[in-house]
Design a protein. Structure first.
Length: 274
C-alpha cells in the first residue's frame, strides 16, 4: 500500500478511534489536543505527534486549525525495503517539534501537495521520516547487542491483571519496568513478539471474553472492568479480533471453546480495522 498525505482541520469535539496504519499528525495552523494510550499533549504550529498503528487515540481541534497528516501502512514503501528502519519511529507514541530545516522541507511538501501532478507521496513521506528519525532520540538504539535488559513478563502480567479497570497505558507499564516508553516498547517487542499495546489489548479482550462466559454483566460494566473507555470501544476491538460483537458471541453460545491468550494473540496479529 502507498502512503497518504493530506491537509485537514480537526473537529472541535473530542473523538477517538484506532486504525491499522501508523500516523503522524503535524500542526500547521491553530491547535489540537491528543491523547495516545495515556500519553497526552498539545499540537501547535510546527509540532506534532506519532500515533502507532492500533493505538486508541483521543483528539480534538481547538478553534480554527489545520493539520498535515501522514497515513502510513506497515507495508508502504516509506516504511519497508530500504526504508524499513523508519518503522522504528512507531515503537511508541510521542510528541515532537520541528526545527528550521524540517520547517523548510514541510513548506516545500505542502506546496508540492498543491501541484496538479504532485511528487509521489511515498517519496515525500520517506524523506520526511528519515529526517525526523535522525532528530528524535531512539531509546536504546545505540545499546550494545546482547546487553538489552530482560523484562519480567510474569510480573507485568500480574500488574496488568490487578489493574485492568484503570485503563492502563503503555506508559504505565514502562514506569513499572523503570524504563522510558521508547526503550520499554523496543525491549518488549523484541522479547514478547508483539507491541505493549497489543499485549494489553490481548489481556483486556481475554478478560472481557471470560466475563461474557461466566457472568450476565451488561456490556458497559464489562467494558469498565476490563479497561475499555466505553462499551463501543470494547465492541469495536472485539469485533475486529473475533469478527463478531460481544453480544453476538454471548447469544450464539460460542464461548465453549474458551480461547486463551495465545489464540487472542493470533487474532490480534491478523485482525484488520472494521
Amino acid at each position: 500500500m502507498t502512503s497518504a498525505i493530506r491537509l485537514t482541520p480537526l473537529d472541535n469535539t473530542i473523538k477517538h478511534h484506532d486504525h491499522d496504519f501508523h500516523q503522524i499528525v503535524i500542526g500547521l495552523d491553530g491547535h489540537a489536543e491528543f491523547e495516545i494510550e495515556g500519553l497526552g499533549g498539545r499540537i501547535a504550529a510546527l509540532s506534532g505527534c506519532i500515533v502507532p498503528a492500533n493505538h486508541v487515540h483521543y483528539y480534538e481541534g481547538i478553534g480554527t486549525n489545520r493539520q498535515l497528516i501522514f497515513d502510513l501502512p506497515d507495508d508502504t514503501p516509506a516504511l519497508s525495503g530500504i526504508h524499513r528502519e523508519h518503522a522504528r519511529l512507531f515503537d511508541a507514541p510521542r510528541f515532537f517539534a520541528l526545527d528550521e530545516p524540517l520547517h523548510t522541507y514541510l513548506n516545500f511538501l505542502v506546496q508540492e501537495l498543491a501541484q496538479p501532478q504532485a511528487a509521489q507521496g511515498d517519496l515525500l513521506a520517506a524523506t520526511f521520516l528519515g529526517c525526523l528519525r535522525a532528530r528524535l532520540p531512539q531509546g536504546s538504539a545505540n545499546a550494545a547487542p546482547g546487553r538489552r535488559r530482560s523484562l519480567d513478563l510474569a510480573a507485568l502480567d500480574d500488574f496488568i491483571q490487578r489493574n485492568l479497570e484503570r485503563r492502563l497505558s503503555v506508559a504505565d507499564l514502562a514506569d513499572r519496568a523503570c524504563l522510558s516508553v521508547a526503550h520499554f516498547s523496543e525491549c518488549f517487542r523484541e522479547q514478547a513478539g508483539v507491541t505493549p499495546y497489543q499485549y494489553l489489548l490481548r489481556h483486556r479482550l481475554t478478560a472481557a471474553r471470560r466475563l461474557l462466559a461466566e457472568s450476565r454483566l451488561p456490556l458497559n460494566e464489562i467494558a469498565a472492568r476490563t479497561g475499555f473507555a466505553s462499551q463501543s470501544a470494547l465492541s469495536h476491538a472485539f469485533r475486529r479480533v473475533y469478527h463478531q460483537s460481544p453480544g453476538e458471541l454471548r447469544r450464539r453460545g460460542t464461548l465453549q471453546d474458551r480461547r486463551g491468550p495465545e489464540d487472542t494473540r493470533h487474532h490480534l496479529a491478523h485482525s484488520t480495522k472494521v
